[in-house]
Design a protein around this ligand. Structure first.
Ligand SMILES: *Cc1c(COP(=O)(O)O)cnc(C)c1O
Length: 320
């Protein structure tokens, strides 16, 4: 009962959960209204492989509720967003978007990969479907890929129909690894959140740090909403350093304990530069619109002693 929903189905990855949902639910002539601040591969899937079957996909600023009102039309079948978002920690009000979607008989799917079912259950807040990638915090050690769709029995029956015909199911070995991982997920999420909170508070006071994006900071724009709809703030944060791209890279390259990689959700602390990795395919204008600056550094805070993480970043920040 992690997700407090009626039913769920496991998939081979987060992206295959998305594919299973899209092919089960969408027909040509339908419209999808989607947040523009989502995982890059999700945008690629919608643009390259959904639109070509005659499905219209439009993108909105997910925190602009008048945009959802405006874009959810009578032919809208699916609304989609991530909360909290990566890497800027935008938080979207699930209840509010669910109400707007349901007025037009559209379904709402929420990707809560960063919160995991330990910190948030969108189904209890009005969402129809939750999309999970188990590859991240759920596995927690970068060992295998996995995903899940959580919804009503009726919707899960539709997903199962597609799964039987197309085959994006979870392998038995990955299912075993992930079931074991679920046993420690609540403990791990609590520790990820504690470490991220301590690191965020330390970074916020650092003279070379311009801004810290983390839902657990009272200064964060979405702190109150995150507090209301989540049971903790999770392990992902980002911060902006003085000096732009070269400064960001000298901090990243100067770390010794942290691993430099685009992955997230590991027991090890991972650091990356979103503007040249996760968001590297975007044009300068798109990066600006999405708030991905050159001085931005993303950290997936792991389970090491937080003093070690702070010490490593302290010596790395001395490089600028
Ligand atoms: C990684 C990720 C996905 C895709 O999951 P995979 O298991 O890697 O296919 C989807 N959404 C978010 C927010 C992610 O971080």
């Amino acid at each position: 009962m992690l997700e407090k929903a009626e039913a769920a189905i496991a998939t081979s990855s987060g992206m295959s959960a998305l594919m299973t949902m899209a092919y089960s639910l969408l027909s040509s002539g339908d419209r999808v209204v989607c947040s523009r601040n989502i995982f890059g591969s999700t945008i690629k899937f919608f643009d390259a492989y959904t639109k070509k079957f005659g499905v219209d996909v439009v993108y909105v600023d997910a925190t602009d509720y008048t945009a959802w009102e405006r874009e959810i039309t009578d032919n809208t079948r699916l609304c989609y967003f991530e909360t909290p978002s990566n890497p800027l920690y935008e938080v979207v009000d699930v209840e509010r978007v669910a109400k707007i979607a349901h007025k037009k008989n559209a379904l709402l799917c929420v990707d809560t990969v960063l919160a995991t079912p330990v910190l948030q259950n969108p189904i209890t807040q009005g969402a129809d479907i939750v999309m999970q990638s188990a590859t991240k915090f759920i596995d927690g050690q970068g060992r295998c890929l996995g995903g899940a769709l959580i919804a009503s029995q009726e919707l899960v029956n539709e997903f199962t129909g597609f799964m039987r015909s197309a085959g994006p199911c979870m392998s038995p070995f990955n299912a075993w690894v992930l079931l074991n991982a679920l046993e420690t997920l609540p403990l791990r999420m609590r520790s990820h959140s504690e470490n991220a909170q301590a690191l965020a508070e330390w970074l916020e006071k650092h003279p070379k740090v311009l801004k810290v994006n983390y839902g657990g900071l009272p200064s964060h724009k979405y702190h109150e909403l995150a507090k209301r709809q989540q049971r903790g703030f999770g392990g992902l944060l980002s911060f902006e350093v003085l000096g732009g791209r070269s400064a960001a890279w000298s901090v990243i390259n100067g770390t010794r304990l942290l691993s430099i990689t685009g992955n997230l959700g590991d027991t090890k602390t991972l650091v990356t530069h979103p503007a040249s990795t996760t968001h590297g395919r975007l044009s300068d204008e798109q990066k600006q619109a999405a708030g991905i600056t050159e001085g931005l550094i993303r950290i997936s805070v792991g389970l090491e002693d937080v003093h070690d993480i702070i010490e490593d970043l302290e010596q790395a920040l001395n490089n600028i």
